[in-house]
Ligand binder design. Structure first.
Ligand code: URA
Length: 230
């Protein structure tokens, strides 16, 4: 799968900076995203498609996952291979919409550890705050994969990234289904010149944010579309 690096190529607005941005460029992802965006797509199909898209994005996002060399005896000869290194990667879905991405991710890395981060966005100030967490206190040397479907203002993702960095995460990759140019720019500004190992892998870069902080054209409220309005 070929993924564009927005920081290498400027067709998505000329982003450059220390945060690496990969925008998916694959017809299967585009197809699935188009059905996902459709307001007529019901929740069960939306959940299934989310899982499938995450698997495709996770394939690229885990390109640098740590492995150790391992030889195995095949029925024919010794094969020189590699297996996932320990400690295992940590997958961190942001509650609640990130939960819809978890299944696709753990299908790809069944042995990953899973931690949870509950973040809520104030609808007026659009600021994110943590209301729950279930994560190891010490993440020293751990590769972390944040799951959050919508990179909108960037506030939630910055709060989550900072949370993991404070606990010593070795590198952090955020997987998002859709991203806004404003959110990407905010992240680049926040971490500019800090030389931190942060990567965003996203299914598509949309046009803009609207005045309510929704991605345009987007797909609406990801949590509501996954789980209904509660
Ligand atoms: N969160 C969502 O669920 N949708 C958006 O468009 C922006 C933030």
């Amino acid at each position: 799968m070929t993924l564009k690096r927005a920081c290498d190529k400027p067709p998505f607005g000329g982003y450059s900076g220390d945060v690496k941005i990969h925008v998916a460029d694959h017809p299967l992802i585009t197809h699935k995203l188009t059905v996902l965006r459709d307001e007529k797509t019901p929740s069960p199909t939306f959940r299934q498609l989310t899982e499938e898209i995450v698997m495709l994005l996770a394939y690229e996002a885990t390109r640098d996952v740590h492995t150790v060399a391992k030889d195995v005896q095949t029925p024919v000869a010794i094969a020189h291979g590699a297996v996932l290194a320990k400690p295992r990667p940590v997958v961190v879905p942001i509650l609640r919409a990130g939960l819809g991405m978890l299944e696709g991710m753990v299908r790809l890395i069944p042995s990953a550890e899973v931690g949870f981060l509950g973040m809520v966005r104030d609808e007026v100030t659009l600021k994110a705050s943590t209301y729950a967490n279930r994560l190891p206190e010490d993440l020293t040397g751990r590769q972390c994969y944040i799951l959050d479907p919508m990179l909108a203002t960037g506030g939630t993702l910055i709060a989550a990234i900072d949370y993991l960095l404070e606990r010593g995460a070795l590198d952090i990759t955020a997987i998002t289904i859709l991203s806004s140019p404003e959110g990407i720019a905010t992240l680049q500004k926040e971490y500019e010149g800090k030389n931190l190992p942060i990567t965003i892998v996203t299914g598509a870069l949309d046009e803009k944010l609207n005045e309510k902080g929704y991605i345009v054209p987007g797909l609406g409220d990801a949590g509501d579309r996954l789980y209904g309005v509660v």
